[in-house]
Design a protein around this ligand. Structure first.
Ligand SMILES: C[S@@+](CC[C@H](N)C(=O)[O-])C[C@H]1O[C@@H](n2cnc3c(N)ncnc32)[C@H](O)[C@@H]1O
Length: 391
């Protein structure tokens, strides 16, 4: 997943109550915004909305394939072992993982600060929460209530366990938020009926590294968006990260095969030249391990679809742009050092670089050679920069 990146921030406006927009008007908005992507995918999308069932059996086959894919996602994430800190630190891409985690930390902290300007009690939906990688960020942000949802039951159990441990370990005066944990395929089931408090409203929905799984079909993407947005308070925020489809296609087109990548990651498409709006599948592998298939998210389409839930785009950056903007702030820089989100170059006497392949640190070597440079530098290997800049 750690390939392309966009950090999207979408603000719910106060017209929110009136959200049941008729689907055709959204269809025309899609048609109007359709630019370079194949027009056949747009018309097939419209056909389904119009209820034309001429290709009923192929649709049925597609639905079966989609549910098989959801099962694959759940099985994949359920099987993923929770590896300890020591194990994680041995990984070739430990700094890239830390770097991505730093981006999330900054994004989450900033949005919570913004929400707290208006609200004393903050409620968050962590959609596709996984094993609870962001629980500490919610705790640090002093939120009041959290709902965690994920398709993978084992991940949800581990997330709940982590939350219980966090509570137990905390100081008696520590205020830990209350939490609910829900196992659900958020691209097919509505979360609203599963909430313990049916009146609950969210100030923030955070959907980190998740949206691209739902772009298998229009319906799945819409259900995911509905879950993300329909219970946001007016003025609430959706924050998310998803690969950058432009960058992915650019790199694919520049490659002389159906894939691109390097020693840490690889993205493989079935073919080039045709990029449907939904179901544009690719395989992503990281450190040689193939992940479950993902789907391109064409951002203008995502933005249009979100309008159905009265959401408005307020901020969009690639990981690179976000990093360059946020690292200027001293407190983010300190957090970056603390999280070891960049690798030290040159390494200290006991240290070793993450890669000894030729050319992996030429960029750092060049900068370090400048007498005016402050050493040691913080960097990532060339392959990690390439991987993280696909987001
Ligand atoms: C890359 S992980 C990210 C986990 C977490 N958000 C984080 O940043 O650490 C993607 C997560 O999305 C979840 N996911 C994928 N499709 C989903 C769906 N349809 N409904 C709910 N969760 C889904 C997976 O089970 C997995 O936990």
């Amino acid at each position: 997943i750690l390939i392309l990146k966009i950090i999207g921030l979408i603000e719910a406006d106060s017209k929110y109550a009136d959200r049941d927009v008729d689907q055709d008007s959204v269809g025309s908005a899609f048609d109007a915004s359709q630019t370079s992507t194949s027009s056949s995918s747009s018309s097939s999308m419209k056909r389904r909305w119009d209820g034309d069932d001429e290709d009923h059996s192929s649709r049925k086959k597609q639905v079966t394939e989609e549910s098989l894919h959801s099962q694959k996602v759940a099985t994949h994430y359920n099987k993923l072992q929770e590896c300890g800190l020591a194990e994680r630190n041995k990984s070739r891409i430990v700094h890239m993982r830390n770097f991505n985690n730093w981006l999330k930390s900054v994004l989450i902290a900033e949005i919570l600060d913004k929400v707290k300007e208006r609200r004393r009690e903050v409620t968050v939906l962590d959609l596709g929460c996984g094993k609870g990688g962001d629980l500490l960020k919610w705790k640090k942000g002093r939120i009041d209530k959290l709902v965690c949802a994920d398709i993978a039951a084992v991940s949800i159990e581990q997330c709940q366990q982590r939350y219980n441990d966090m509570r137990r370990r905390g100081h008696p005066n520590d205020r830990t938020f209350s939490a609910q944990f829900i196992t659900a395929d958020c691209s097919r089931e509505l979360l609203s009926g599963k909430l313990r408090d049916p009146e609950l409203r969210f100030d923030v929905c955070s959907c980190q590294f998740v949206c691209h799984y739902s772009f298998e079909s229009e319906q799945q993407a819409d259900t995911m968006l509905r879950n993300a947005c329909e219970r946001l308070r007016p003025g609430g925020f959706f924050i998310g990260t998803t690969p950058d489809a432009y960058e992915m296609v650019k790199r694919l087109e520049a490659s002389d095969s159906n894939s691109f990548g390097n020693e840490v990651f690889r993205v493989s498409f079935q073919k080039k030249g045709v990029y449907p709006l939904f179901g544009c599948q690719y395989d992503f592998s990281l450190e040689g391990v193939v992940n479950v298939p993902e789907f391109l998210v064409y951002f203008p389409l995502f933005e249009e679809m979100a309008k159905k839930y009265n959401m408005r785009l307020v901020y969009k950056k690639t990981f690179k742009e976000f990093f360059e903007e946020k690292v200027k702030d001293e407190k983010n820089k300190v957090l970056m050092q603390w999280m070891q989100a960049l690798e030290q170059y040159p390494p200290d006497e006991r240290g070793q670089l993450a890669s000894d392949s030729p050319g992996e640190y030429d960029h750092a070597k060049r900068i370090a050679a400048n007498p005016a440079a402050r050493r040691p530098l913080g960097t990532l290997s060339k392959s990690e920069w390439e991987a993280t800049s696909t987001w």
